[in-house]
Write a new protein. Sequence first.
Length: 152
Amino acid sequence: MKYKTGIDIAINKFIGKKGALIPLLQNVQDIEGYLSKEVMSYVSEKTGIKLAHIYGVATFYTMFRLKPRGRHIIRVCKGTACHVSDANSIMNEINNQLDLSGEEDTTKDGKFTVMPVACLGCCSLAPVIMIDDSTHGKLTPDSIGKILKRFE
Ligand code: FES
């Protein structure tokens, strides 16, 4: 199996270091976008760490993704300030507009991945979402369509 140089660099950076599996997997995920079975097998082969252990870590921590993510990441704040400002309606509207069920987080065309987050650090703008690096606040369900259209 052949992988990009970046993954080999990440493996070489962390190989043999105690407690390095999580930062190694974070590095690999940053490069690949998610942790595929193939890349976890590759890490296992190169590091000697059992695949079952790698898989166990990857599935235990919510920061790891086992499926590809969309080209744009929509973070929907579910923190207290946003929750009391009806963040659930914002999430429902995004899911409706993107035709996502509660089970799926990525659109079929691979354009968007929607994920809830605890707090985006701008509570005075509640309810807030972040799309890639841009923050959108004081939202109403009616404002969502216009924002999403900017990414067409
Ligand atoms: S609770 Fe939503 S930005 Fe802080």
